[in-house]
Design a protein around this ligand. Structure first.
Ligand code: SAM
Length: 293
């Protein structure tokens, strides 16, 4: 279940998976416009708050991420954050012991926010506005850590290409960390106070819609039918595993957690919500001696 499925705005369509690279790009480009609208309207206009937060040495990492990243972070020269939004989590990595960060995001507005924040603090951060699939080759073999998740995977429409990017950006021996919505959450209706089947197919679900949920970004001041259409996919955990291993990475950790990172089921009593996996975590490693493709 994704943020925008939990939408009062509706206007949702079930979509087939993208069948060609052109279709993947068209969906990502539509998502870029959608995220620019969402970001401009207030998803992260809190630049001043983020500056204060980072200056105080705080970190926005999720407690679950800390459990499996704590020993890795202090040894990272460079972490690349894929789908970094306005960079609060990216800059938090510096407060966790990482020496330099690169944030990559498709949204012009988010990357501009991130630039302003790190410039104000004079931090060792570089920001790149591009589709994650176009991460620049100058960064190949450079990252000790690829960090991503918390609402990232659902926006992507070619998971194999994504995994290949992770592989090429990592140094041999480097890690990729993914902590994201558990795909099974798509199967439950977010609008009700019981666990009720949503109608989605765990194995084949892609949706598109306009509008943002009230619990997330809400009203952005643009009539819903004039907003850019956003495209999302449910990626089963096995697909994430297969994409990473096919790209040459070795999955060294998989976790399923009752802990959410956003209010996905606002009406569900806590004691029921904690009985389903809200999130999953995965850590994959690039072998020290590369195994060809
Ligand atoms: C829910 S936000 C993730 C936020 C992130 N966990 C954080 O707070 O730092 C999803 C982000 O993915 C970005 N995004 C979506 N599709 C992308 C793509 N194809 N390439 C790069 N970024 C993308 C959006 O612009 C948005 O900032």
């Amino acid at each position: 279940m994704t943020e925008s499925q939990n939408s009062d705005a509706g206007q949702e369509r079930i979509e087939p998976f993208a069948h060609s690279p052109e279709e993947v790009r068209a969906r990502h480009e539509s998502n870029r416009r959608g995220w620019n609208e969402g970001a401009a309207a207030g998803y992260t206009p809190e630049i001043e708050n983020t500056i204060r937060f980072i200056r105080e040495g705080q970190s926005n990492l999720h407690p679950v991420e800390r459990t499996y990243l704590a020993e890795i972070l202090p040894h990272c020269d460079l972490a690349i954050h894929l789908q970094c939004a306005s960079g609060k989590d990216t800059l938090s990595l510096l407060n966790e012991g990482v020496k330099r960060v690169v944030g990559i995001d498709i949204s012009d507005v988010h990357i501009e926010n991130a630039r302003r924040t790190s410039a104000a603090l004079n931090l060792p951060a570089t920001w790149i506005r591009c589709d994650v699939l176009d991460a620049p080759h100058e960064l190949d073999d450079s990252a000790d850590l690829i960090y991503t998740g918390r609402g990232a995977l659902c926006w992507l429409h070619d998971l194999d290409a994504w995994a290949r990017v992770i592989f090429r950006l990592l140094k041999p021996g480097g890690y990729a960390s993914i902590f994201d919505d558990h795909p099974i959450t798509w199967l439950f209706d977010p609008q009700v106070s019981t666990l009720q089947y949503s109608g989605y197919d765990y194995f084949h679900s892609c949706v598109s819609e306009v509008g943002w949920p009230d619990t997330y970004i809400g009203d952005i001041g643009i009539p819903v039918d004039q907003q850019s259409r956003k495209y999302e996919c449910l990626w089963p955990i096995s697909r994430v595993f297969q994409a990473l291993t096919k790209a040459g990475l070795v999955v060294v950790h998989l976790g399923e957690h009752p802990d959410p990172f956003w209010e996905q089921f606002p009406h569900l009593p806590e004691e029921i919500r904690r009985k389903i996996p809200n999130t999953f975590s995965m850590l994959a490693r690039k072998p020290r001696s590369e195994v060809p493709g």
